[in-house]
Write a new protein. Structure first.
Length: 151
């Protein structure tokens, strides 16, 4: 074999092994990214209310990991502890993945979110199903002692 032919084979082998190595590295990086996004669904806070120093109540949309158009709504109650808000309870509003992501995170998504600074604290939630369907029937809750109860 001539020196020129040997050099070409060596160069091609080096390029091939570098290509395989880069493909492996990029594949592993891509797999890590997709696993991380699957583990943590996209979320968006859609409403929040602070009732004096007693409670903080939030509504958060959680995008489905199974269906890009579906979402769930999480209602969380926080109480003051050591000068910071700490979650004391959470419930799902409606069915898991029972809402549509885009209307829920768009303009006018919260049709009604009423609270009051009393003990127990009444809470009413109504959300946009779709612009053509309109709002959901109001769901009533009561917050007592930092816990959420059907109202």
């Amino acid at each position: 074999m001539t020196g020129k032919r040997r050099r070409n084979r060596t160069t091609r082998a080096a390029i091939a092994s570098t290509t395989l190595l880069m493909a492996g590295v990029l594949g592993a990086a891509g797999a890590g990214t997709s696993n991380a996004s699957a583990a943590a669904p996209q979320t968006r806070q859609i409403a929040s209310s602070v009732l004096g120093s007693d409670y903080k109540i939030t509504l958060t949309a959680l995008r489905s990991t199974q269906d890009e158009y579906a979402a769930s709504v999480r209602l969380q109650v926080y109480t003051q502890s050591g000068g910071a808000w700490k979650e004391s309870d959470r419930v799902t509003v409606g069915d898991v993945d029972g809402w549509f992501w885009y209307p829920l995170t768009g303009r006018g998504a919260v049709c009604e979110f009423n609270t009051a600074s009393t003990e127990p604290a009444p809470l009413t939630v109504s959300l946009l199903i779709t612009p053509s369907i309109g709002c959901s029937e109001p769901t009533h809750y009561v917050v007592k002692g930092g816990r959420v109860f059907a109202g």
